[in-house]
Design a protein around this ligand. Sequence first.
Ligand SMILES: Nc1ncnc2c1ncn2[C@@H]1O[C@H](COP(=O)(O)OP(=O)(O)OP(=O)(O)O)[C@@H](O)[C@H]1O
Length: 360
Amino acid sequence: MTPTMIELDQVAKAYGDQMAVSDVSLDIRKGEFIALMGPSGCGKTTTLRMLAGLETPTAGEIRLWGRRINEDTPWSRDTPLVWQNYALFPFMTVRRNVEFGLKHRGTPPRERTAKADEWLARMGIGALAERMPGQLSGGQRQRVALARALATEPELLLLDEPLSALDPHLKVKMQAELVRLHQELGITFICVTHSPSEAFAMADRVVIMSEGRVQQVGAPRDIHRRAENRFVAEFLGGSNLIAGTVASREAGAITIDTASGPLLARTSEDQGLSPGDAATLVVGTDRVAITSERPASGNALEARVATLDFVGASVTVFMETPAGLEIRAQLSSRDLDAMPLAPGDAVFVHWPAEAGYFLA
Ligand SMILES: Nc1ncnc2c1ncn2[C@@H]1O[C@H](COP(=O)(O)OP(=O)(O)OP(=O)(O)O)[C@@H](O)[C@H]1O
């Protein structure tokens, strides 16, 4: 078992009456890539700043290798931060910027320069060593900031929205580069992002936060398979949440009555629901099929197409049942070629009984 490197133990941070972080407990193992994710104001940056030593927790304890570090200053920690504004010194060349962190650590001049050049080459920007930061693109500045942080060979790298300033093409490239660097270096990465796609693409484990608390922690595929609560399901999108009342329950199958008709769900994760209980069924948008005729069996609802949202080669079809329930289906553009859809079309939506689970 990989040893635990960092422990956040019931950590809280208040600014006056404002609780930025209410209660965060989390163990991080050496070499993990952790993504802290959540909507604006959920406390993810404050959590990162406490890890960096830029803020002191109001309650709880942060431990590094079992030792309390709540009051340690940033410079006494092995935790370089890469902030989204890159924080490069504008009056120093790229090489000097990368050397700066090493100088601070007492590395002799010749070794500093050699190391800086090595890291600039590794990041594919060796040719820019003599430029000033103002003469670089956003993506280039991002790489310099990473080179500067990594040249000091930290045990832990904290990244705050490292890809936020990049255009979509460069974002995907840098995303792959961060994953590669992480694998190569074996350093623990903790990355703050508000983007589920970024977090899910890069992290070993994703921590989803809301209002200063952790809502769910898990590997991307586990969170994807099953959101633990309504907040997570709604924040991640990609699911239909259907409210109803349990009508019957027998042999692993639950029927719920909804405003749009009865629905059947077969799931081992049924939270011990009994007839009469309120229940919310979660069905992934990728499990919902659309047909023009009512299917012979299975869960089927009558609906009307409201709008279509195209993102790359994927299309989200927004539909509404006569009772006002919104159902979304994610199709490929090839599916749409086979069955052209337009707003106003009358359709049937259906999914297998095994496709859903119930929210706790
Ligand atoms: N220095 C401060 N003084 C007062 N309130 C603060 C301070 N810093 C953060 N907060 C508040 O604490 C809460 C959490 O802020 P934080 O910056 O950690 O959120 P975040 O999840 O990183 O958001 P964003 O994605 O917008 O950066 C917010 O409501 C914020 O307004």
